[in-house]
Design a protein around this ligand. Structure first.
Ligand code: ARG
Length: 270
């Protein structure tokens, strides 16, 4: 029995070493691949103002936001063009595994469980989460338990799903593909609220006077560390470049400036 167990551990070690070897090989090649192609493909879900959203620019639909600005700074550092790959948030992380994108910048929270399948840069932004409700319902909800038996939306594949299930005990969690769907379902009464990150919630509420931010507060989940850039597992060289850009932009205040600029842009867009 013991021998068999040791045999299995032996095999596991070999497999782990092999996996590490692969990871290292693909790490430099991910950077090489991008440089060779001359294009950095960036996955994002453009329903998240001020980080990524759509607006009409020079008569054409454009995807803009502070994450797009960050992507452009990374592209500049690498000397390559940036190509935005727009998709539902639920597909953003998977696009790194399938090769549809080289990196993902989409207000993505760095979490230990995601870290098992992707690389993360350092965190570039952190914020609280809010409960968005109908303005006419504002006074109905004064504590978390008032949401018992209610339907609360969260974006499919997001950490907000976990916030609903862990903090809003007794509420039914409704996972929806886009933030706009959550907004529409609150307005239509199919759900009674949605858990949305601070600036995004404020931006949508500003555009929808029939909605409001509930006074009921949510706790920051313990296992989420703020927004970071996600990269394919093992792409350590490219991760280093991304971290150098983030470090510089946190130091000189560029990220905050871009967030403010894009928040104003999203307001003007309404
Ligand atoms: N921060 C949350 C998460 O990573 C939600 C991000 C949603 N991003 C978006 N562009 N819709 O799970």
């Amino acid at each position: 029995m013991k021998k068999i167990a040791l045999g299995i551990i032996g095999l596991a070690t070999v497999a782990t070493l092999a996996a590490c070897g692969n990871a290292n090989a693909s790490s430099s090649s991910q950077l090489d691949k991008v440089k060779k192609a001359g294009v950095l493909k960036v996955a994002l879900s453009p329903d998240y103002p001020p980080f990524e959203f759509q607006m009409i620019k020079n008569g054409k639909n454009a995807i803009v936001g502070s994450d797009v600005d960050l992507a452009n700074a990374i592209g500049k550092k690498l000397g390559v063009k940036v190509q935005i790959e727009s998709m539902d948030f639920n597909n953003v992380l998977a696009s790194l595994t399938t090769g549809k994108a080289d990196i993902a910048i989409s207000g993505i929270s760095k979490t230990p469980s995601r870290e098992k399948s992707v690389n993360f840069s350092n965190v570039y932004y952190s914020s609280d989460n809010y409960l968005v409700v109908k303005k006419s319902d504002l006074n109905k909800y004064t504590s978390l338990s008032d949401f018992k038996g209610k339907k609360i939306a969260a974006q499919k594949g997001s950490i907000q799903e976990g916030i609903v299930t862990s903090q809003l005990k007794g509420a039914a969690e409704i996972a929806l593909p886009q933030i706009g769907d959550e907004i529409n379902e609150i307005k239509g009464g199919q759900v009674q609220g949605a858990v949305i990150e601070e600036l995004i919630a404020k931006s949508y509420v500003a555009a929808n006077p029939d909605l409001a931010i509930s006074k009921v507060t949510l706790k920051m989940p313990k296992d989420s560390y703020g927004s970071a850039v996600a990269l394919p597992k093992g792409s350590s060289e490219l991760t280093k470049v991304v971290n150098s850009v983030i470090k510089e932009q946190l130091k000189n205040g560029q990220i905050d400036k871009d967030i403010q600029k894009n928040y104003a842009l999203s307001e003007a867009n309404k």
